[in-house]
Design a protein around this ligand. Structure first.
Ligand code: FAD
Length: 590
């Protein structure tokens, strides 16, 4: 079953997507709700779903997890920006959810006996978006976040009620304009897409003001003395104005990592929040380990940028990488795993019995066991000015966000693997025409047959074999590309404004600094692939040989795309992430 945060995330993704087209927020639809939730009878009205009244039996079960206490009239139970956010069931009296702004409090809702406070933020451990105040003297049951998580994990009926209410409330907050982030950007600006993706993948609500469409936006920018170079601008939590902020600055401003204690030694630290790392986090946390995931950028990894994954078990019509990894992210949080975003591992200290992962902000986390799931990243083409157009015509992913930027336009895709094939088929749905550039004579050796067939049969896709991209041209945005046809050596110029680079991946192992053995291509060696020399060089101290997926350091595992010999698929990443946890238990018990 998915946690509320999963559904919030899922819903927000839909909200953000629709905004691109309509510049308005969609209202909540029950179609967006996790289908695994027990359906409510049709007679249950929307207000009852949002603000259910608990039965005496349900209240008794909740009371066993928290503490009863009196509240005074006017007492603030939760303040905006507070973290962690406690959860309250009202036993008597009344409480109000309020949104304070410029000294005025907007009333969101008044709740009475047998109703409860809270929304999705409580599960993520992030800051409160609203103020909760008692307006009458009364009595409540108070649960902290850990107690609420414990209850949700053990009581299926209450879990359903809370999840449904939390989702609906978050969406109502967004629809009513109660988000705490405003993003002012332009589709012609590389940073806008990056910031949008960062907020979306973190499931954080934001309002987008499009400079290209909103005539008043310039006045707004002038008010803050913002120049073109400062775009996108992010107004964070109503006051801080961040100009073209890095993902880390956004995470810091929104306090994404504030609840994470860096001082205590973890059972398991996982480096990377792609499918492999998230799977390890779900299994590790659900099996009682104290798990911290470090993610240098945004959750989801490469899979998060896939438009549609059709070969992952259980999704016969496919699922977008964003949806799949968003659910996994929330699932890991539901089981109590903590996730630090926009904070990467920069070094590993291999001394035992504890391993120290050094962070790129200078900090350090100690762990008894480590799973390396840092994956791989796309190769960049050897074109000198490619970075100038990244996010402004050059993309390394083809998700719905990118596809909306090139509706009705011609696009080029570079690469002959499955990700290039998927991108071609997906973009052909909305682009005017797709040119697929591959160096080889065909696709048969590198792409799955089902994709090759779709490409061959699609009227809006032209396969250009033995063709190489050689130049990119434009000012702030890509305007033109040149490619060379290998057979004739003729260079052609095309007014194409969008190029998708899908040209293979290199492992993210630079940060390991020689601590674990790598193969000749830089991927991590594990289990039976390790040679006697590999073990000797690391002074392998144990009588046993390394477990499957274990590196030449005891208790350090490698899973997913970063591992030598891994099949570069979501399923294998997820499988390896979960298998490694079984070995982590063994290591921790030795
Ligand atoms: C566009 C696209 C489409 C795809 N489509 C499919 C498909 O349809 N079916 C399929 O099976 N596979 C598909 N794949 C492949 C699949 O996505 C990968 O095999 C899978 O994501 C690998 O998962 P992973 O967790 O091992 O690594 P990754 O997904 O690469 O995740 C690694 C994570 O680690 C983080 N990281 C890196 N270095 C550090 C560090 N030092 N500190 C902290 N964090 C770090 C990265 O930011 C990243 O989030 C596709 C890939 C792409 C790019």
């Amino acid at each position: 079953m998915l946690g509320p945060a999963a559904i919030v995330y899922w819903t927000l993704v839909s909200v953000h997507r629709s905004r691109r087209h309509e510049c308005t927020l969609v209202r909540y639809s029950m179609d967006m709700v996790d289908p695994s939730l027990t359906p409510l009878p049709a007679t249950v009205s929307r207000p009852e779903r949002l603000f259910p009244t608990l039965t005496p039996a349900q209240i008794t079960r909740i009371a066993a997890h928290g503490r009863r206490r009196a509240v005074a009239s006017g007492e603030v139970l939760v303040e905006v920006g507070q973290r962690p956010v406690p959860f309250f069931v009202v036993l008597s009296g009344k409480v109000q959810a309020l949104r304070p702004s410029s000294g005025i409090e907007a009333l969101i809702v008044t709740q009475g006996a047998a109703q409860f406070t809270g929304e999705g933020t409580m599960l993520t451990g992030r800051r409160a978006l609203t103020r909760i105040r008692a307006i009458e003297p009364g009595e409540v049951i108070e649960l902290d976040r850990e107690q609420l998580l414990g209850l949700i994990q053990t009581d299926a009926e209450l879990s359903d009620i809370f999840m449904r209410a939390f989702v609906l409330r978050r969406v109502e907050l967004i629809a009513a304009g109660y988000g705490d982030v405003v993003l002012i950007g332009s589709t012609h600006c590389a940073g806008t897409l990056r910031v949008e993706e960062f907020l979306t993948r973190n499931g954080h609500p934001f309002h987008y003001i499009d400079l290209d469409r909103d005539a008043d936006a310039q006045d707004l920018l002038d008010r803050f003395q913002v120049t073109a170079a400062d775009v996108p601008v992010l107004i964070c939590r109503g006051d801080a104005v961040l100009r073209n902020p890095s993902n880390r600055q956004i995470a810091e401003c929104l306090g994404f990592n504030d609840s994470i204690d860096r001082t205590h030694v973890r059972d398991l630290v996982i480096v990377g929040a792609g499918p492999a790392g998230l799977a390890a986090a779900v299994y590790g946390a659900s099996e009682g380990l104290d798990v911290l995931v470090l993610e240098s950028n945004l959750p989801g990894g490469q899979a998060g940028s896939s438009s549609r994954i059709e070969n992952y078990l259980g999704f016969p019509t496919g699922i977008s990488g964003l949806d799949l990894t968003g659910r996994a992210y929330a699932q890991a949080q539901k089981f109590g795993a903590q996730l630090m975003v926009a904070k990467g591992a920069s070094k590993l200290t291999c001394s035992r019995p504890l391993y120290s992962v050094h962070l790129d902000d200078g900090g350090r986390i100690d762990a008894r066991a480590l799973i390396i799931a840092s994956g791989a990243q796309y190769r960049k083409p050897a074109i000198s000015n490619v970075s100038q157009f990244e996010g402004a015509g050059v993309y390394y992913a083809a998700s719905r966000m990118e596809s909306q930027l090139c509706v009705g336009e011609e696009v080029a895709i570079v690469g002959g693997g499955n990700s290039a094939g998927q991108a071609a088929v997906f973009l052909a749905e909305t682009a005017k025409h797709v040119h697929l550039l591959v160096r080889k004579d065909g696709l048969a050796e590198t792409m799955s047959r089902y994709l090759v067939r779709r490409i061959e049969e699609h009227p809006a896709i032209t396969l250009r074999t033995r063709t190489e991209l050689v130049a990119l041209d434009g000012d702030r945005h890509l305007d033109r590309v040149q490619w060379r046809e290998g057979r004739t050596d003729v260079v052609e110029s095309h007014d194409i404004r969008h190029v998708f680079m899908m040209t293979g991946a290199v492992p993210n192992t630079g940060w390991l600094d020689g601590c674990v053995a790598l193969d000749e291509r830089g991927f991590i060696k594990t289990g039976p692939d390790l040679s006697t020399e590999d073990l000797t060089s690391a002074a392998w101290p144990l009588p046993r040989t390394p477990y499957l997926l274990e590196t030449n350091r005891p208790g350090v595992f490698a899973v997913g795309d970063v591992r030598g010999g891994n099949i570069k698929r979501v399923a294998s990443a997820v499988g390896e992430g979960s298998i490694a946890v079984a070995f982590v238990h063994q290591v921790l018990h030795q």
